[in-house]
Write a protein that binds this ligand. Structure first.
Ligand SMILES: [Cu+2]
Length: 279
């Protein structure tokens, strides 16, 4: 009897907690409201099933509690009950999965006008590459990655020279413009996640993954790595700053293109050699 009351109170407490809890989704800042909808549908269905099952257990504990002289009947099979339970479970599972299929189709269908930005993850930070004036990202090769060429760009590819390299963990994106993020990892599995955008995707060494979204709110949003990637995992953070469209290009212009970065490196080397000759 006591356990039955505890079970019933557990249900009441869970429902009350869900209704008054201050912990809920962060405010949405992208087009992916449908992802919230699918999560809420799942939350509702699992919540109703949780309440029904636990209340049923409480009822059974009370209704069929031990009483002198009463023996339990043994009924291992009930075709009718199994049919009902199988049917209801199937409907519940389908109701949880079907909306996700619709949203997933949108998630993997990139709008043709989406801008392309590359995100590069490595233990434990983020870097970004914009395709530059030609709109095409230059070819890369992991074997070329070194201190002077952190993105591993192939200097022979004419598309790479105007690529804009953004290091330092902060990237700015224009509000209202769809963007396709191409994700690659230098070392291990990472996962690019901005909670307010809802969208996320793994970075897998050896391949380029992607997802797209449209930022809908200006402001600063924290990038988290959502894949345990080593001792510095929790420090693998960055910032997406969503700005008005006019403010984006001036910001991008502050960063060097690959051609400039190469020239700067060569210049630095020349200066260094010149200094040592003067000494
Ligand atoms: Cu990581």
């Amino acid at each position: 009897m006591t356990v039955a009351i505890v079970f019933a109170l557990l249900v009441v407490g869970s429902v009350v907690f869900s209704l008054v809890s201050p912990w809920w989704f962060t405010p949405l800042a992208s087009n992916w409201g449908t992802i919230d909808t699918t999560l809420i549908i799942t939350f509702m269905i699992t919540g109703v099933v949780f309440c029904a099952l636990v209340l049923f257990m409480a009822y059974s504990m009370f209704r069929f509690r031990h009483r002198e002289g009463i023996r339990a009947g043994y009924e291992p099979e009930s075709g009718k009950l199994e049919l009902w339970l199988t049917g209801l479970t199937s409907v519940g599972i389908a109701a949880m999965l079907a909306p996700g299929l619709v949203v997933w189709k949108d998630y993997v269908t990139v709008p043709p006008d989406a801008a392309t930005v590359e995100v590069m993850g490595q233990q434990w930070g983020w870097a970004f590459r914009f395709p530059g004036a030609d709109g095409v990202l230059g070819a890369v090769d992991p074997m070329r990655i070194d201190a002077d060429n952190p993105f591993g760009l192939n200097p022979d590819d004419p598309h790479g020279g105007d690529d804009v390299l953004v290091e330092g963990g902060e990237v700015r994106l224009p509000v209202g413009k769809p963007v396709k993020l191409l994700l690659r990892s230098v070392d291990v599995l990472h996962d690019f996640y901005v909670p307010q955008f809802r969208a996320k995707m793994d970075l897998v060494p050896g391949m380029v993954t992607y997802f797209w979204f449209t930022p809908t709110v200006t402001g600063n949003f924290e990038i988290l790595c959502a894949e345990l990637c080593g001792v510095g995992h929790s420090a693998m953070r960055g910032t997406v700053v969503v700005v008005e469209p006019d403010a984006h290009q001036p910001w991008l212009d502050e960063y060097p293109t690959f051609a400039q970065a190469v020239r700067d490196t060569a210049l630095a080397e020349a200066v260094r050699q010149g200094n040592s000759m003067n000494q």
